[in-house]
Design a protein around this ligand. Sequence first.
Ligand SMILES: Cc1ncc(C[n+]2csc(CCOP(=O)(O)OP(=O)(O)O)c2C)c(N)n1
Ligand code: SF4
Length: 496
Amino acid sequence: MLTIKHQKARSLYPTFDRKAPGAETSHYCPGCGHGTVHNLIAEAIDDLGIQDRVIFCSPVGCSVFAYYYFDVGNIQCAHGRAPAIASAIRRTRDDAVVISYQGDGDLAGIGMSQIVHAANRGENITVFFINNAIYGMTGGQMAPTTILSQKTVTTPHGRHADSEGFPIGVAEIINSLQAPVFIERVSLADAKKVMKARMAIRKALRNQVERKGFSLVEVLSPCPVNWKMTPVAARKWIEEALEPVFPVGNLRDLAKGPFDPADRKRPAKLSDRKILDILGASEEEIHTPTVELAEEQNVKIAGFGGQGVLSTGILLANCAIAEGLRTTWLPSYGAEMRGGTANASVNISAGPIGSPIVARPNALIAMNLPSLDAFEDTVKPGGRIYVNSSLVPRQVRRTDVRAFHVPVTDMANTIGAAQIANVILLTVYALDTGAITLETLRRVIPLSLKRKNLVDINMRAIDAGSEWYRQGQHGSPLQPPAPQKNGPSSADLPQR
Ligand SMILES: Cc1ncc(C[n+]2csc(CCOP(=O)(O)OP(=O)(O)O)c2C)c(N)n1
Ligand code: SF4
């Protein structure tokens, strides 16, 4: 006798303990298409034998908690950014099978440029685009794919082309690009169509395993709750209302066509040797630190846009590289280029660096008062704060850090250029921490400057900073932290 055994896909957790211990149901509403698509993807992962290679990039939207369910690698991405994150994983983990799973608000609203560029680059990733013609998670607002006359909470009289534009055909937009290899629109309207969706999902994943390139499957998927229909009526509405606007079928399958994706020219990966050649450095120079770091440096450099805080960060990071250390640089831009606030995070370490983010700096370079106000409390106890006292009319309040008040803008003006104030403060930082040497700073500055006539004045900035430090004006003494009265000390406050 033939026995057919139905069982849950292995790539889904047996119970959804991340949702609640022992939970067996998902958080999706009855009749929601997300659950169906999850099952189809999980079965394909099982059948392709790729569970331990899959990295699932979940979006913002109803499927934000996909990591509750899929027993694979998971990353929850910022709204609309899954294709960019998937691209980064693709380029750094050769064996990964990367899935970008996105709703219509996520992919075709806030993330439209992300998906277009990832597709246009032909990233070897698989995108599952769940088109339910509405913003599900946030309660049913109009989406870019909402069809004309469809009522949503933001189009209570129905979407009108004159005021809201036309529904966007994502599969068609992606099909206007040259690079993608596979584009198909499927529907969950009935069981037969679900089987077609199953085939397309498998194909899109297999393409990636076979390194064919970018694949996208758009799924017309029910959202009964926000459509205000029963699950059965919702399936019918897909067929009667959505499919005429978004015709289902394959738009492209280059693996079958005359074009052989294997012929596509892929950018050659830069070998370590090649990178060393570009930098004009030897292997020993790169890998043997020339300074001994007393501790890993987590530096925040902050000030007005135009004060050179971002370039100071790059300069510091370049010096760290020249010292044979590892480093990261992460800029944060203010609203305006000039006059707004900006900051850069720089990590320097002899070993691997886990994240470029500096939430608790052990060194803060504050070029103006808002920067000191914003970041003083985030500095680790025992850390250091270097203040541009020309523009900061107060002292550092913390008593558990070492503070340096250096009138760098005044000193820079005396030398002849306000822009070099940051280099003076960086010099004080370098002498105080020993993280980079002044020789290296002098060597790297000319390489970083586009205008070579500024080299001399930057060297004088280093001299001025050294002189200030040598004269013994180096920092208020470190004092024990003030006893806690109620709750945590200011040093324990969360990051701003
Ligand atoms: C930066 C940002 N903007 C807006 C939101 C609010 N928001 C959460 S989900 C969502 C849209 C979700 O719709 P969709 O992508 O269609 O997914 P669905 O929930 O229908 O599956 C929005 C606008 C947010 N969380 N973050
Ligand atoms: S709101 Fe819609 S998309 Fe979200 S879980 Fe419910 S049915 Fe699914």
